[in-house]
Design a protein around this ligand. Sequence first.
Ligand code: ADP
Length: 308
Amino acid sequence: RVSIVGSMNADHVVEVETMPKPGETIIGGPMSIHAGGKSANQAASCARLQLRADLIGAVGSDANADFLLHELNDAGVGTDNIEHVDLPSGSTIIVVDPHGENFIVVSSGANGKVNADFVRRHSDVIERSDILGLCLEAPLQAVVESSRIAHAAHTTVALNISPMPEGLNPALKHCLADVADIAIMNEHETAQWLGLAHEPNLQSDWDALHDQLRATGLDRVVVTLGAAGSVVLDGVQTSHIPAFTVKPVDTTGAGDSFMGAMLASLASGNSLDSACEVASAVSAFSTLGKGAQSSYGNTQQITDFVLN
Ligand code: ADP
């Protein structure tokens, strides 16, 4: 079993010809609403692969709450540990231009209520899990408290170090490294975490990067590299997991689908390398459809994709 603590958002997306300037009103295309939020996406990706995944989080009592819960139930996510709180459900407003450039405003709303007390009310779910998935869209105190509960119960913690917190300092890095048995981040986040001038790519000296990551307290790390796949740094081993070759339609939520599939595979007893191989297929499939959760495949679809 997998448990995930964190965020759920209704993403409101409008396409525009040109970005509005401050004070300007422009006419955009039709608004589409997608179920998002990193934790909800990760739970949906995991549950679509027929692994029991419970999400611990909060929604309001509005239409977005009904929509978010409907999408999660459709994916098979366990929603018994989602509370209704007295704030609007989390939502985002995303404006995209024809070049793919975007403006994003996040209104965390109900997600902000997921604090340490909130997590403690659901500690039994974390304790029963083989693995707990966390990301930094959840309030930091919820992340720290969830990992404390998990570690006391010998539940492995996978932390998606995303979005990278503002004001990252050595004390915060130390705290997050304590949370993470396994850390996962993309190449931009890895550069930010290490304060690198350049983002790592496949040609980077991964042994040196591994040493630098270890010096920050991270021993087991997965770095995702978009179409270049991912690199797994585990103990003394470094492996490259290639991406599948696809013609992507929309890569939104690819990283979350990767994380969810990795959690599912780890909870089934697979090694980190094997889990990332599964995640590579699942996340490549997710780039073939629009949106995040709406583009995630089930076991049958992923099997067909890999065999074809
Ligand atoms: P994020 O969405 O967090 O920025 P990435 O862009 O690194 O994360 O994507 C996560 C994973 O999704 C990659 O490691 C890869 O396996 C898969 N992926 C992303 N983009 C593509 C692509 N264009 N083709 C094939 N696989 C992709």
